[in-house]
Design a protein around this ligand. Structure first.
Ligand SMILES: Cc1cc2nc3c(=O)[nH]c(=O)nc-3n(C[C@H](O)[C@H](O)[C@H](O)COP(=O)(O)OP(=O)(O)OC[C@H]3O[C@@H](n4cnc5c(N)ncnc54)[C@H](O)[C@@H]3O)c2cc1C
Length: 469
């Protein structure tokens, strides 16, 4: 990274409704691949690109890597398994092993998802302590040679006509540009793609309130987890329904994760509806509304739920978890029919597992079911149709809302990240257009790095070697 100074404005014109700025933004560094957003998908994308030999920069606006897993306390990876078949291997599995080695998890477990809802399902999850994931992610990026900028917000792309050639970043020192032939947008909000003019899925446009609700996750200490887990499911559901009826709970859930030791509860129980995460005023209100809900939920848990009588609030996530904001319209749009029909794609680069998981945008329920088998996700879902130099990974890939409900879990986001990193390194090194990267070369690189991307891979490997991380 070269030294840079913040941008200087050589002049500006202000009208009552518009400030027109002329900025001189220093170019602070040149890379082969730049990844915007260091969450589930972006962290793995950066590691994959660096492992493939690309000089890689990862830019993250929070003070830590991990994304929703760390900053929003969503403390379980799901999507590694479809029923008992392990679909996600490669770098995401390596991350789970590192977390276990660091004492941040006891490994994969069986878990009843949305136990107090009308449609609970048994899954295999990977619960973890989000604080440990923060330092594991730091070490992983450093060991791989990824350069990381924290507390740095991507403002937008550097564009030349319809080609992205880098990013403009704002940090404590000001505004700088970083250049690269390939940029990966892993912001979850398609923040770079939107500013680059990439077409978005129309169903989320215009603030029509169609998005799944957000949740603000909180952490309690001094919980008798074993006592709570022993309560029969019917009783848990009755408590949750009574809480909803009285307006003290916001959806049919008493869901929480516990870190090794089993004395704390990381609770996913708030539900914030009807606020647009892409509107700054509504996004601010979502944080406050989440905290108001958390205060009431904690009182409810202490009063009504066995095991929580002496619970203490230990933390509230730094930011609301957003399930949906933008999805691009890429070279291919993944559909629920593709997932449930197990459509095979020649250019498959990642496997999803489900569950199909759509939180009722307006109510207190959840639609939850497991696809019959792992499903393939084609490379084209990561590729914008009309912008060069840009790939999009994570929860903003090109998919319908229903398909995204099955493809947005963190293990899937990480598998997509590994694919995006491989694609980016190949495009940067081979000077290929990001819109015509040879799928065979990506698949060969993924195979070399231990990833599974065809349904047959998952089945064979699961039979041979069940995951033990
Ligand atoms: C409440 C909730 C509960 C969920 N439950 C589960 C669960 O139990 N298990 C599971 O596996 N999945 C769960 N999910 C889904 C999952 O967490 C997300 O879909 C997943 O994290 C998507 O990965 P991502 O990398 O695309 O985004 P994220 O993990 O959100 O990462 C995006 C990163 O980009 C950064 N970023 C954004 N904009 C900028 C910018 N302009 N400049 C720099 N950095 C930027 C963000 O700070 C963040 O670190 C849940 C999601 C929510 C919201």
């Amino acid at each position: 990274m070269e030294d840079g100074h913040g941008a200087t404005a050589s002049g500006s014109e202000v009208s009552p409704t518009l400030l027109e700025e002329r900025l001189h933004t220093p170019v602070a560094g040149r890379y082969e691949v730049i990844v915007a957003g260091g969450g589930a998908s972006g962290l793995v994308a950066a590691v994959a690109a660096a492992r493939a030999g690309a000089r890689t920069l990862l830019v993250e606006q929070q003070g830590c890597l991990g994304g929703t897993a760390t900053a929003s306390y969503v403390a379980q990876y799901i999507g590694f398994f479809n029923h008992d078949v392990q679909a996600v291997w490669g770098l995401p599995l390596e991350l789970t092993r590192r977390i276990v080695q660091a004492g941040g998890s006891e490994g994969f477990a069986r878990y009843i998802l949305a136990e107090a809802s009308a449609s609970p399902i048994e899954i295999r999850n990977f619960p973890f302590n989000p604080e440990v994931v923060k330092w594991v992610a730091d070490d992983w990026a450093a060991e791989t040679g990824v350069e990381v900028l924290l507390r740095s917000s991507v403002v937008g792309p550097v564009m030349r006509e319809r080609r992205v050639e880098g990013l403009v970043v704002e940090d404590i020192g000001g505004r700088r540009a970083y250049l690269a032939p390939v940029v990966v947008d892993a912001t979850g909000d398609a923040a770079v793609a939107a500013k680059a003019g990439v077409e978005m899925q129309a169903d989320l446009e215009g603030g029509r309130g169609m998005r799944q609700p957000h949740s603000l996750v909180f952490r309690l200490s001094n919980v008798d987890v074993a006592r709570f887990r022993a309560i029969p499911r019917e009783r848990k559901r009755a408590i949750a329904l009574e809480g909803v009826r009285r307006g003290e709970l916001y959806w049919e859930s008493l869901s929480f994760m516990s870190t090794p030791g089993g004395t704390d509860a990381i609770c996913l129980m708030s539900r914030i509806r009807g606020l647009d995460p892409l509107d700054p005023v509504q996004a601010s209100e979502a944080e406050r509304a989440g905290r108001r809900q958390v205060r009431g939920i904690v009182e409810f848990l202490r009063r009504e739920v066995p095991g929580f009588e002496k619970a203490l609030i230990a933390g509230i996530a730094a930011r609301v978890g957003v399930r949906e904001s933008r999805r691009i319209r890429g070279q291919y749009v993944l559909t629920q029919e593709d997932i449930l029909g197990q459509v095979a794609f020649e250019d498959s680069v990642a496997l999803g597992s489900g569950p199909m998981d759509i939180h009722d945008p307006g109510g207190t329920g959840i639609q939850l079911f497991m696809p019959p088998a792992p499903f393939e996700i084609p490379m084209r879902c990561l590729v914008p149709r009309d912008v060069e130099g840009l790939l999009v990974t994570g929860r903003s890939i090109s998919a319908t809302q229903e398909a995204n409900g099955g493809a947005r879990h963190m293990a899937t986001a990480m598998a997509l990240g590994q694919a995006a990193g491989a694609m980016a390194a190949l495009a940067a090194r081979g000077a290929n257009s990001t819109r015509s990267i040879p799928a065979g070369a990506v698949q060969a690189l993924l195979r070399r790095e231990g990833a599974a991307y065809k349904v047959g891979d998952a089945v064979t490997r699961s039979a041979a070697a069940p995951a033990t991380a």
